[in-house]
Structures are given as structure tokens and as C-alpha cells.
Design a binder for this molecule. Sequence first.
Ligand code: HEC
Ligand code: HEC
Length: 416
Amino acid sequence: MRGYAVTLCCSLFICWGLFLVPFTTHAMDLHQWSEQEKIVLNSLWIGSLPPLPEDPSNKYSADPKAAAFGKKLFFDIRLSGNLKVSCATCHPSNMNFADNLPLAHGMGTTSRRTMPLVGAAYFTWFFWDGRKDSLWAQALGPIESPVEHGFTRTQCVSVITENYKDEYEGIFGPLPLISLGDLPLYAKPSFEEPRALKAWVSIPREKKEAITLVYVNMGKAIAAFVRTIVPTPSRLDEYVEALINDDAPAMLKSMTNDEVKGLRLFIGKAKCTNCHSGPLLTNGSFHNIGVPQPDNLPRDNGRSEAIAKVLADEFSCLSRFSDARPADCAELRFIDTDTYKYIGAFKTPTLRNVAERAPFMHAGQFATLRQVLEFYRDLKPEQRSADLEHGGLTDLELEQLEAFLRTLSSPLKFAE
Ligand code: HEC
Ligand code: HEC
């Protein structure tokens, strides 16, 4: 009898050993995080996102009336040379504000890919090369670009006066009393378009100033809207929240084992968080990670050529159109001017919703996430900066990283 009990015990034990132990310890190990790792996970969590910052250079940045007006302008195709292009042409709201093209297309084709807008208000520098230092200064770029809206600030004043007079005046005060009928409308200070430049020069100084002020206010309203585009919790956020609450079933429910293995690689061996850090999964700064230049485009030096541009920008934080005090413009005043360091460097993109917006990189060089990951893996040691040291990833690890990147999607929220 005793012998039987022992045998039964043993066989039960063996059964547990064979099936349950490997299952439970494995699952537990996978979800067991060190204190240090928990700090990193917490930093990626959406709950670590600070409140939406206000932009001191734009006193309307948090004004809901300005955001509502800016939203109309964002979708308004009348602000374009062919009456077909609005901000939403390249940043459609039903596609995470991106167009899924390698190179953006407006009146013509640009030499870079459309950037995501989620969480844009948290950044210091805008565009792939950071040649603008505020969302309002950024918004004024595409409107006068011949390949995007193909429009002019003078034409903008005409559209505002005809269609948005009350709305504009309710926020910014009276529109200037200039009779646009007497002015050349295709007029802007653009060296790319000599005809428009000549027309601009012919306008009297005080009128140019008044036109530019309306244009600036338009940018400030658009920026107030773009500022409201923020992420909602993704499955990564659910996982981290469950970890914080010590809620094991919720952890298991929010991410699969492969996704969690990918997360472990992302913050560990693959060192992706060296640059893709914080709740938006970006450090917002510039790195040359060796993405190949497309053959059909002129050489793009990225950040190195943008430093002088942002310092000289007529709409910078230190410009007369800014609402900031010079003390508020520390980022611009203390900008790193080491141009050589930034040759071929581009802004680290947010990875929120990354799986929804192929192709990837500043000129859409890679069609799939798999190709991006293979690019990282195959970088030769001499091409790798210290920040890109990931110690040889296997095919299975690339699959796990990709599975993890797919957990970063969630619907976006923005001003109604
Ligand atoms: C023709 C397509 C196109 C149009 C139209 C367009 N954009 Fe973009 N957007 C882009 C491209 C391309 C980039 C990156 C350009 C670069 O780096 O030089 C970009 C970048 C941005 C960024 C920078 C994001 C970041 O993280 O740095 C913001 C913000 C933005 N656009 C908002 C707007 C707004 C607001 C409008 C309308 C006033 C607009 N865009 C019109 C294609 C477009
Ligand atoms: C040294 C900083 C750095 C590190 C480390 C890094 N990245 Fe990046 N990542 C960037 C920059 C910069 C870009 C944009 C480069 C460009 O367009 O030329 C980028 C682009 C991407 C993109 C494309 C996103 C898009 O919208 O185009 C993905 C996906 C990505 N990285 C994932 C990863 C993963 C996964 C790792 C870890 C294996 C990683 N990155 C490590 C800086 C970094």
C-alpha cells in the first residue's frame, strides 16, 4: 500500500515535472522583469506621457477655438494652387495622418516620406531634419512649397478674408485693411520661384508685414489642431499597466509570448531604446543610422543642413512673429551646431502605430517592417555607431521584434 502511494506520488510528480513545470516556470520567467527593466517599461508606458505641453512661441497653442479653426484649415483644399491639396492629402485622419507612400505627393512629388503626426506637440524639432522649431512654423512650410500646396501667403490672406473672416477675427482680432485686389496674389519670399519672389518684393513693406502676420496666425491655428493629435493606449500600454498593478492574467491577455520576447529584445539585447525611448518611442533627436540613399534622389544630408536653416528661419522661436521670450527659446539658443556630426542624420521617428504606415524611413526606403529589421541586423560593424550595437539577431528574434512592433498600434485621438 505504502509502495503504491509512493509510486503514485512519484508518477504525479513526474507528470507535473513533464508538463506543468516547464509551462509555468517558462511563462513566469518570460513575464518576470528586473527592477531596472521595470523602470524602462514604465518609461515606455503611455501613462508616463506628460500633459500636452503649451508652446510659448504660440500663445494660441492651447486655445480650443484656435484648434477648431485650425482643423478646418487642415482639411481645406482651397489653400492650394490646384484646389486639390490640403494637409490631409498627405496626412489623412483615417490613416493615422500618414499616406503610406514612399515619397509624399501634393502638387508635385517631394523628396521625403510623410511623417506621422501622433504626439507631435511633444517634439522640439520638426521635419526629418528638424529645420523648424515649432508646429506653427512647420505648418507654414508645406503651404508655400511648390510641390506640396503650391500656394502663397498672399493667396492665403485672400482665402481667409473671403471664407473665414469672422472665425479669424474672433480669435486674432481684425484682419488688416488691405485691398488685395491691387496686389499680385502669387507673391511670396521664395527663392525657388523667382516670379513669386519678384511679385513679393514689389509689395510695400507694411503690407508685406500685415500679410505675413495673417499667415503666421493661420499657422498658429493649424498648430493648435495638430497639437491635439495624441495616441490612446496600445497593447504594450495594457501590458505595462497590468505589470504595474501586478495583474498576471491581464498581462497574459494583453500580449502573446512572442510579443513579450520581442519587447525583451527591444529594451535588452537589440538596444532599440537607445533611440526609440520614452512613451512615444523616440528620443526626438537626430542620428545617421546608415539608411541607404535612394538612387533617384539628390543626396540628402539631413540634419547637418537644417541647423543653419532653423537658426535663420523667419518664423523661429526668436523671430518677431514668435510669442516667446528669448528665455523660452533655450533649445534654439543652445542648438548643437556641429554640422559634421549630423551629416546624413534624421529624426528618430515615433514607433507608435508604426505597423500601420509602411513604407519606412525618411524616403520610404523599406517596404516592410521585416526589411527594416533585416537592415538593422545586417549593418556591418563599421557602419554601426555605438548606439546601434545589438549583438547579432537571429531570424526568430527578428520575428519576435516584429511581433512586438505590431503591439504599438492604437486609434489616435484628436480635437473634434
Ligand atoms: C505633399 C504632402 C504633404 C502635405 C500637403 C503636408 N505635409 Fe506634412 N509632411 C509631409 C512630408 C513629406 C514631411 C517630411 C518633410 C521633410 O522632412 O522635409 C511632413 C512633415 C510634417 C510634420 C513634421 C512631424 C515631425 O514629427 O517632425 C508635421 C507636423 C506636418 N507635416 C504637418 C503638416 C501640416 C499641418 C500640413 C498642412 C499645412 C502638412 N503637413 C501638409 C508631407 C506633407
Ligand atoms: C542610433 C539610434 C537608433 C537605434 C539604436 C535604433 N533606431 Fe530605429 N530609427 C532611428 C532613426 C534615426 C530612424 C529614421 C532613419 C531614417 O529615416 O533615415 C529609425 C527608423 C526606424 C523605423 C522606421 C520607422 C518609420 O516610421 O519609418 C523602425 C521600425 C525602427 N527604427 C525600429 C528600430 C528597432 C526595432 C531598433 C532596434 C533593433 C531600432 N530601431 C534601433 C534611430 C535608431
